[in-house]
Design a protein around this ligand. Structure first.
Ligand code: CA
Length: 166
């Protein structure tokens, strides 16, 4: 390299642009503790990663620390609904809201599977109905674009949406 006065500046600018526009892929930073982005195919939204899966397997199987998704705000619900639609879901989809006590329709107590207080809700018209005192798990209804909620028998075969925090 010559001693020209502009050379170091040009080199610096080039290095900076390279860093911003063409970050080197470092696979080890894409997962686990300290990850700053979601895995491929997962949706990133406000510090969380979401994924839709068509068959019933525990979220923990796909990602350590992942659980059936909570939906805390209308905006989050709309974002997740759009993602599920784009994922090609063909039926209703489980989320992480349920009543673990499963006592009766007169004493429902909805609880998110993991870490969230139940405040926001988006029940479909007439729900939760708790037909035959048997509906204690919550699904997103395909007919509402996966936006509205229905209480359903927990052993129904549904797809499911998982979520974990970065
Ligand atoms: Ca119902």
């Amino acid at each position: 390299m010559t001693a020209g006065s502009s050379a170091p500046i040009l080199f610096s600018e080039t290095a900076s642009h390279h860093t911003v526009l063409f970050p080197l892929p470092i696979p080890s930073l894409g997962s686990g503790i300290g990850a700053t982005s979601c895995p491929p195919e997962w949706l990133f939204y406000q510090g969380h990663c979401y994924a839709f899966f068509p068959e019933e397997v525990q979220c923990q199987y796909h990602r350590k620390g992942a659980h059936l998704a909570s939906i805390i705000t209308k905006a989050e619900g709309n974002t997740v609904a759009r993602y599920i639609t784009e994922s090609g879901a063909t039926g209703h989809v489980w989320i992480g809201l349920h009543d673990p006590r499963q006592v009766s329709a007169q004493s429902l107590r909805w609880t998110w599977t993991y870490g969230s207080l139940y405040r926001y809700s988006r029940w479909n018209v007439g729900e939760p109905y708790n037909l035959n005192d048997s509906e204690y798990c919550i699904e997103l209804l395909k007919g509402t674009g996966f936006k509205n909620w229905n209480d359903q028998v927990c052993n129904r075969k549904n797809g499911y949406v998982c979520k974990y925090g970065l």
